[in-house]
Design a protein around this ligand. Structure first.
Ligand SMILES: Cc1cc2nc3c(=O)[nH]c(=O)nc-3n(C[C@H](O)[C@H](O)[C@H](O)COP(=O)(O)OP(=O)(O)OC[C@H]3O[C@@H](n4cnc5c(N)ncnc54)[C@H](O)[C@@H]3O)c2cc1C
Length: 346
């Protein structure tokens, strides 16, 4: 840095432990101003709320109010007053790849094209062909009703602000637009809120106390099948539907949103303890989902297994008051056989 006379360092916000540690380590070593901005979301995490929010209903009015200030057009890029006179050297990706330890046991995914241009094309396709029917199609895993933008968002190949602005501008049915913004703004930003204010975001200790109590009360309930991590990972359960969901992440690098809930809840039924269930769900999510290792993933698993941001439901075996999802419920919502066939054909 001193070689190039760097005067200031700016980084993006991320609530996850590992990235906070990286930044703390850098802050301890440099002697120039170091700023963190929150371009990961639309409303900066600390501005949207100064505390961990209990549920979407408590967070929604705060983030919606703040949107009027923060959901604004990007300013025009200005030419920097000091030109860069150095040669811009090409990045040698082969050299970098050679110096990295890459675990090749997870196969490369060919179904999604990476990069900023592909992300923009995916957004345009979503706006033109899917957004209008998002509300009615997004929960059916046999249909292609979601945006498929989460991997691009996760790797910063598209900005959340850009996506929200384009959706806002759209003239389609306000019900679908609202449904999308509820997931994309309220739920997504609530995930960052949870991980930022709750240092136990990936542990059972992070579950709300009612959920910890109810799971503890049901810890002795009889479970007919217990599977190991290897059996889950190899899609070897006795449920063809669950196995198909697991194979969807292995083959496509992305599971449909509705199936993610069912998939994680079933892991609770087939493991000894909720802590085992959370550990296995998080491990598989982070290992196979292209959008994994993300606040949304930790919250998705904690919502499914530990009632985070949810409410108590009528009590039943194993789940206690955690919301239940069943195979029959899936059957009533979508054509289970065609989902299984769809994954088989991937
Ligand atoms: C067990 C489980 C694990 C999950 N793991 C991840 C993960 O690792 N990474 C991840 O990004 N999302 C995760 N989710 C949330 C959600 O399922 C995905 O964001 C969504 O399916 C991604 O597909 P999409 O971009 O086509 O979504 P769309 O339906 O098109 O939504 C657009 C965007 O809104 C946001 N969004 C949508 N649904 C949610 C939600 N429920 N919570 C928070 N944000 C949401 C995402 O940023 C998504 O890309 C998980 C959910 C569960 C229940």
């Amino acid at each position: 840095m001193s070689e190039y006379h760097v005067g200031v360092l700016i980084t993006d916000f991320d609530p996850l432990r590992i990235k906070r540690r990286w930044k703390e380590a850098i802050a301890g070593e440099i002697h120039i101003p170091f700023y963190e901005v929150d371009a990961h979301k639309i409303v900066p995490c600390w501005t949207a709320s100064p505390k961990g929010e209990y549920a979407a209903r408590t967070y929604r009015p705060k983030v919606r109010r703040a949107l009027t200030e923060f959901l604004e057009e990007f300013p025009k890029l200005k030419r920097h007053p000091f030109p860069w006179n150095e040669d811009a050297c090409e990045i040698d990706w082969r050299l970098i790849a050679g110096s990295l330890e890459v675990n090749t046991s997870v196969s490369e995914i060919s179904l999604i094209t990476p990069g900023q241009r592909a992300a923009r094309e995916m957004l345009n396709h979503f706006l033109a062909h899917k957004l209008a029917r998002y509300n009615e199609m997004r929960n059916d895993p046999t249909l292609d009703g979601q945006s498929s933008l989460s991997p691009y968002l996760h790797f910063g190949q598209i900005s959340a602000q850009r996506m929200a602005l384009e959706v806002e501008k759209s003239t389609i049915d306000p019900v679908s637009k609202e449904a999308f913004l509820e997931e994309f703004v309220v739920r997504r930003e609530l995930s960052d809120n949870f991980c930022f204010y709750n240092s136990n975001y990936d542990s059972v200790d992070g579950f709300p106390s009612w959920a910890q109590t109810t799971l503890e009360e049901h810890s002795g309930d009889k479970k007919q099948h217990i599977y190991s991590l290897e059996q889950f990972e190899g899609a070897e359960t006795h449920y063809v539907l669950w196995n198909a969901a697991q194979m969807e992440i292995v083959k496509a690098g992305k599971m449909h949103g509705y199936m993610r809930m069912y998939w994680a809840k079933k892991i609770l039924v087939w493991t000894e303890t909720p802590a085992d269930a959370l550990r296995i769900a998080t491990y598989l999510n982070d290992r196979y989902e292209l959008d994994g290792r993300d606040p949304n993933g930790y919250v998705g698993c904690a919502w499914s297994i530990g009632g985070v941001h949810d409410r108590a439901w009528p009590s039943r075996p194993v789940f206690g008051k955690i919301r239940y999802m069943s195979y029959q419920g899936c059957r009533s919502k979508f054509d289970v056989d065609s989902y299984i066939q769809k994954v088989h054909n991937l």
